[in-house]
Write a new protein. Structure first.
Length: 217
């Protein structure tokens, strides 16, 4: 087995990677309210937990070392690439960065960031004009920002699954659903029938690709 010092224990890299991803998300969301900071904080906790294992200490590999050695004969548990567990478990072989799970993770993470950026542009304009956001990504779903957080986290899970992030993922999804419900109550109070009409035709998180409201107000 290789020396872990070359694969893990890279805490400065873990910190830089975490701050980089969190910084990008912050630049797309510009949180102002307590609820917005809560949503960013929940996402940040997931990111920190992920990169702490990716570059710091491989807790999941350590805890599952016996099971992994039995399931994947010849695996070098101390090699950094072994953290791409799905590629190993499904026996794809080769460089895991070009495996199907990793490629899918690129797609989910990339689309998640694009959706987040597009949603922020619409939401920022709607807030400035004090109107209901119903165009752009909001034509298809009522909460594209929360959906983008879920897509990004899911992409990271496909790329580098850990026990902690697997536990955190469903918890954070529930958190975002609850935050979305609180926001909807406030929107209903502010916009009344306009919100009711919009909500009747627009799914919360999963697009139905059916007729949606195309105007603001």
């Amino acid at each position: 087995m290789s020396d872990t010092s070359s694969s893990y224990g890279l805490w400065p890299l873990a910190i830089v990677a975490s701050l980089f991803v969190i910084g990008i998300v912050w630049s797309f969301t510009k949180p102002k309210t307590k609820r917005e900071w809560s949503s960013l904080g929940a996402f940040s906790a997931f990111v920190v937990a992920l990169f702490a294992e990716m570059y710091g200490f491989p807790l999941t590999i350590y805890l599952l070392s016996g099971w992994l050695a039995e399931k994947i004969p010849g695996i070098d548990l101390l090699a950094h690439n072994s953290g791409h567990l799905l590629e190993d478990l499904f026996g794809w072989g080769g460089d895991p960065h070009f495996g199907p799970f990793h490629i899918m993770s690129y797609i989910l993470i990339g689309y998640g960031f694009i959706l987040l950026a597009d949603a922020w542009k619409v939401l920022y304009k709607a807030r400035r004009e004090q109107t209901l956001a119903t165009v752009g990504p909001y034509r298809r779903i009522r909460h594209p920002q929360y959906a983008s957080f879920v897509l990004i986290m899911l992409g990271f899970l496909l790329q580098w699954p850990t026990l902690l992030t697997l536990i955190m993922f469903p918890v954070l999804v529930i958190v975002y659903v609850r935050l979305a419900r609180h926001e909807e109550k406030e929107a209903k109070e502010e916009f009344g029938e306009s919100w009711n009409e919009y909500a009747r035709h627009t799914p919360a998180f999963i697009p139905a690709f059916t007729k949606t409201i195309t105007h603001q107000g």
